[in-house]
Design a protein around this ligand. Sequence first.
Ligand code: DX5
Ligand code: ZN
Length: 213
Amino acid sequence: MLVAPSILSADFGKLNEEITAICDGGCDLIHVDVMDGYFVPNMTIGPVVVGPVAKVATKPLDIHLMVEDNNFFVDLFAKYEPEYISFHIESEKHPHRLIQKLRGLGIKPAIVLNPHSNPDSIEYLLEDLDMVLLMSVNPGFGGQKFIPSVVEKAKQLKTLIEKRNPNCLIQVDGGVNDKNIHELKDAGVDVVVAGSYVYGAKDYGQAIKSLQV
Ligand code: DX5
Ligand code: ZN
């Protein structure tokens, strides 16, 4: 299991140290939650913060867009050369076009599904994707309770992925901890995002390792 700590739960007063700590602690990706105050009822960070994060990071960036205007934010963040940019299927009229744009920029495209969205709705996009992110909370805030139906959804998605594109990864985001990690692993999940579980721990490295099952 790959682990992507979400910097949303980091102490932004000492962000450089917080980034270095998870990189030294053995994380696989750095999850960056971008919220515009319209698609979700919260606002977070833009290029003024992501630029310095990209400079200090020694692990690849995984940017999760929770925004209305995906194209605008892709244009802003492309220069930081993230490994992944994920966008919500619920906010994009032309997902296939945006996938092609990301590919052209050398960024791995990923699609995010909110708790109500069915994996069937993206079946014909799977062959063009590197990752699908299943939300296990409603997007907008860290520290929420895990929605257990995501486990069944991950199994459903795994079946579709095996049929359409076995290289596509499954990521789960929200309320992940050392209690639910094993059922996620068993369901075929490849990558987990963890914010409050990692940044709420005394030893970030130990928390990350406890999820790398
Ligand atoms: C929620 C974000 C998550 C969040 C995860 O909108 O997408 O990445 O930071 O935080 P935890 O792990 O605390 O649920
Ligand atoms: Zn996220």
